[in-house]
Write a protein that binds this ligand. Structure first.
Ligand SMILES: CC(C)(COP(=O)(O)OP(=O)(O)OC[C@H]1O[C@@H](n2cnc3c(N)ncnc32)[C@H](O)[C@@H]1OP(=O)(O)O)[C@@H](O)C(=O)NCCC(=O)NCCS
Length: 191
């Protein structure tokens, strides 16, 4: 698999790799309790933002040593109806374990930018890259079963719910259920 041409441009968005200044741009989103509620991490502090963003900067493609593609969701030029920062969120794809053909996808959107289909638009572009550029066999997403916004989004993307794991994950002081959604390259050929 060769290098990908970045940024990815969609109808309303630009999906680009990370730079150091993203620590400041992301802190207002990732420091929120409501955003991190169903994530593995606690709300970010400024110091966590710097170390987390530094980890993401090298994630520029599945073919790189990082085996991951981490992209910032930004509004494309000419779309500034969103208050404040132009950074709307994050979308990432990372190879699963030793496999070269299976990857996990994850998404986060600033609640201020929610409800416009931006996260779905970004994830659709990344799924296209996953199957059409990287020739993956399977992409999956896993989430806290109570995360209805994320569950709805996976379904909207055309991913199929494959599992509901009961109380399998210790998160923030309690055992939580996990749901797993998957999409196979063969699912896409049928559509
Ligand atoms: C999960 C998350 C990204 C979903 O955000 P979202 O705003 O619901 O998703 P989208 O940007 O795709 O917007 C979809 C909504 O916009 C609506 N919408 C409006 N225009 C749309 C369009 N052109 N295309 C698609 N949907 C559109 C949809 O109907 C949907 O609204 P609904 O849920 O009321 O039906 C967000 O809730 C989030 O970041 N949560 C916190 C972090 C997190 O938990 N991440 C997932 C970890 S597994």
């Amino acid at each position: 698999m060769g290098p990908l041409s970045l940024p990815l441009i969609t109808e309303r968005l630009r999906l680009r790799t990370y730079r150091e200044s993203d620590a400041d741009a992301h802190l207002p989103i990732l420091s929120r309790e409501d955003v991190s509620r169903f994530l593995l991490n606690d709300p970010w502090t400024a110091e966590v933002a710097r170390t987390e963003i530094a980890k993401r900067i090298p994630r520029t493609g599945l073919e790189t040593e990082s085996r991951a593609l981490a992209l910032v969701i930004e509004t494309a030029d000419g779309l500034d109806a969103i208050e404040g920062s132009r950074v709307l969120g994050d979308i990432a794809l990372w190879l699963d374990g030793e496999s070269e053909r299976k990857a996990e996808i994850g998404w986060i959107l600033d609640p201020a930018a929610g409800g416009h289909g931006f996260a779905t638009e970004a994830a659709t572009a990344v799924l296209n890259v996953a199957f059409d550029h990287y020739d993956l066999h399977r992409v999956f997403a896993q989430m806290d079963a109570r995360n209805t916004a994320s569950v709805k989004m996976a379904a909207r993307l055309g991913m199929r719910q494959e599992a509901h794991l009961r109380r399998d994950w210790w998160s923030k002081g309690e055992w939580t259920d996990t749901v797993i959604f998957g999409m196979l390259s063969s699912d896409r050929q049928r559509t």
